[in-house]
Design a binder for this molecule. Sequence first.
Ligand code: AMP
Length: 282
Amino acid sequence: MRQITDLSQLAQWQAEFACSTQPLAFVPTMGNLHAGHLALLAEAQALNPRPRTLVSIFVNPLQFNDAADLARYPRTLDDDLAQLRHAGTDAVFVPPVDALLPARDGGVRIDPGALAQGWEGAARAGHFTGMATIVAKLFHLIRPQFALFGEKDIQQLIIVQSMVRDLNFPVNILAVPTQRAPDGLALSSRNRFLSDTERALAPQIYAQLTASAEAIIRGEAADLVLQRARAQLTSAGFIVDYFALCDAAQLQPMPHFSGDAILLVAAQLGAVRLIDNLRISP
Ligand code: AMP
């Protein structure tokens, strides 16, 4: 596995494959890798023809609006590298912060528009602008034919898809289903901050998603189902930010279930904000 730590090494690695017709698949991450990230990599490796794979590890300061959250984000590089090596990754790109950050405050940023206004965008000011700006830079530097993103972060995935479409990036975005623990909890780097008691409660998020989806498909009124899910999570000890039914294309609230929809949830458990979602079709 080639370990690339700066832009000139990246350019050199690219130059070695300049004459190759083998495609390149890219998996952007913030490290602290778990089976969710590895599923993205496995999906890339399963493409036919098998592409070269490059995983980036970059804790992007632009997408954090809380300095304490950025400072405590788990950084486990040695373990990450061991997992990537074991999984047969061709290259890992671990740039220093100043190699990717735009040079000036107030410089050019990608504005993802209306898609970034609700849900996580409302809870975390500037989060999606910061994400999209760095993903755009990574796409330019890495020039992959494929890039893989998890459905776990569904709003991020939809914003990246729309950025690629609206700005004509020459990359195919592939979506990978959310990987879960056996009890249903979506895998996340933030789960490590849950206490034992919180970890035991956390699967209730997925339980409420699946119960709500079943009730809505059965024909119960969506607003009542959502209200009940919020109330049950709140009485279990969560602080619910949102538990909503949206259309799957624009993530706009859907008052009555019709067509392709997604249940979206964000809830705080102790100091940890958990997000999850579940797609429902009629
Ligand atoms: P992160 O390191 O949290 O920025 O995540 C990097 C990529 O992994 C993103 O595309 C995430 O959506 C994806 N990802 C994170 N957790 C999961 C999961 N449990 N299942 C599937 N994809 C995931």
